[in-house]
Design a protein around this ligand. Structure first.
Ligand code: TYD
Ligand code: MG
Length: 476
């Protein structure tokens, strides 16, 4: 039973408390509880108890067997976006797009809206953050001012739903952003979790009953959580995140949850002066800024979803000045790096206890594949020994705790992509045989990390081998 009296909501995760406390037990956030007097939602429902507007309605039950109209998906024509949604938007579905402020969510959605509107669909873009003038200005800058998109700057969900229910039913409605919306049915300040949840519920109800595809924009907090709307995440059909590094111009759209499509696909875009442009060949982009040959860089032939992506892995192994050496990773898992380091120490004979280790996946891509183990190991050994890795080679393969190099999936596609981009050799696992014709590459196979370490150490400059080699002490 919901208790009367003041309740407190965590603004980060939505957990409910009956007493104020400094830290939310559910998500660990400090000072995030806000009093929300007498508006505690009934579990499973959205409205406060005692709300006289709630009236039961008798509905007909159905069976599993029956009509399943497979409504056609609404394709935006932006290939990278359609790929991530699983082949277009599904009518009646709700999609949440999260991302840091300024990453380009509004830009991407305006482009999708414009493309659909130009294709003759009715599209409504509701901005709660910018005035219609500002949205128009942006559209003009992107050369989309002619697109017949219906535009509004509104924040009240009842008004929005009432307006949307008039006239021709839209194919797509964009709400930018869910954090700015408020519902008159929820007695809580705009921006609070209760309001976000209440507004989302009203909008989702509208989408489900009308068959309109709804896109909600959600801003993300520093730690990668969709602020407040974490409570929205489980109410929607798909969650996409739009990521990118401030310093780089490209952006990655990644599926996190999708009831109607894959979750491992990525869409790659580049932010230009005229909005986002699709990057159909991400490998070329990620490798574009490669420096002069230097130790510590290895090209990894990876797979993102169904697509091969080549990316440079950079490592820096430097003598430490600290008691506990640093391990810093960008774009890969910390625990995975710890494992590769342990394997290199145990089986490869490297001494890394007195070295700081920095690892970076170039360009801001996040790699999740274990197949990157070998590329990481190669970059680490290369940095430690000062040996420059062959520029024309790609690396991939999983490392087991025993030090053996294990075959990985979709080898043929990795090799083809590498060949397409002008690489001539692949450093890959022994065993496994789905590599087709090898793409014409020179295949160099490793069964154990010791072979890889020996191969790289053999390329090291002689002086360096002595002072910084795998078994040497680091004095410099
Ligand atoms: P925006 O879509 O407003 O981000 P979000 O909605 O995620 O907060 O994007 C804003 C950024 O994009 C801003 O820094 C300017 C940049 N931008 C361009 O570089 N080119 C463009 O054509 C547009 C429209 C924006
Ligand atoms: Mg925006």
């Amino acid at each position: 039973m919901a208790k009367r009296g003041p309740t407190y909501h965590c603004q980060a995760c939505g957990a409910v408390y009956h007493r104020w406390q400094g830290k939310c037990d559910a998500c660990g956030t400090w000072s995030s509880l806000v009093e929300d007097a007498a508006t505690a939602p009934v579990p499973g429902g959205g409205r406060a108890s005692g709300n006289s507007r709630v009236r039961g309605r008798v509905f007909a039950l159905e069976t599993l067997k029956g009509d399943t109209q497979d409504a056609p998906r609404i394709t935006s024509g932006i290939g990278e976006l359609d790929r991530v949604t699983g082949g277009g938007f599904v009518p009646g579905s709700v999609l949440l797009i999260g991302g840091d402020p300024g990453i380009g969510k509004s830009t991407l959605l305006m482009q999708a809206c414009a493309a659909l509107a130009l294709a003759g669909q009715r599209v409504v873009y509701v901005s709660g953050e910018e005035s219609t003038g500002q949205v128009r200005l942006r559209a003009e800058r992107m050369g989309l001012a002619e697109a017949p998109v219906d535009l509004a700057a509104e924040t009240n969900v009842e008004d929005i739903v009432a307006t949307l229910s008039e006239g021709r039913r839209p194919a797509l409605v964009v709400i930018d952003s869910i954090q700015t919306m408020w519902s008159g049915e929820v007695e809580s300040a705009p921006g609070t979790v209760t309001q976000v949840r209440g507004s989302a519920q009203a909008l989702i109800r509208y989408a489900k009953t009308s068959g309109v595809c709804l896109i909600l924009v959600g801003h993300v907090t520093k730690d990668g959580q969709i602020a407040g709307p974490r409570v929205v995440e489980h109410m929607v059909d798909a969650v996409l995140s739009f990521e990118g590094e401030g310093a780089h111009s490209f952006r990655i759209l990644r599926g996190q949850k999708n009831r109607f499509g894959p979750t491992d696909e990525i869409g790659v875009f580049e932010m230009t002066g005229k909005g986002l442009s699709e990057v159909t060949n991400p490998s070329a982009l990620f490798l574009a800024g490669r420096d002069q040959p230097a130790p510590g860089a290895a090209v990894f032939a990876g797979i993102e979803g169904t697509r091969p992506v080549l990316v440079e892995i950079q490592a820096l192994v430097a003598p430490t000045a600290l008691g506990t050496p640093r391990r810093a990773v960008v774009g890969w898992e910390n625990s995975r790096l710890a494992m590769v380091l342990a394997v290199l120490e145990t089986h490869g004979g490297l001494r890394l206890g007195q070295h700081d280790v920095y690892l970076n996946v170039a360009g801001g891509l996040r790699v999740n594949e274990p197949a990157a183990d070998i590329a990481v190991a190669a970059a680490l050994v290369s940095s430690l020994t000062g040996a420059i890795l062959p520029q024309e080679a790609v690396y991939f393969g999983e490392v087991a705790l025993s030090g053996s190099v294990r075959p990985v999936s979709v080898t043929a596609a990795r090799l083809r992509e590498a060949a397409k981009l002008g690489f001539e050799a692949a450093m890959m696992p022994a065993g496994g045989n789905d590599h087709g014709d090898g793409g014409g590459l020179n295949l160099r196979r490793f069964g154990h990390v010791t072979e890889l370490v020996a191969d790289i150490a053999a390329r090291a400059p002689r002086r360096d081998v002595k002072s910084r080699g795998p078994k040497g002490d680091a004095e410099d």
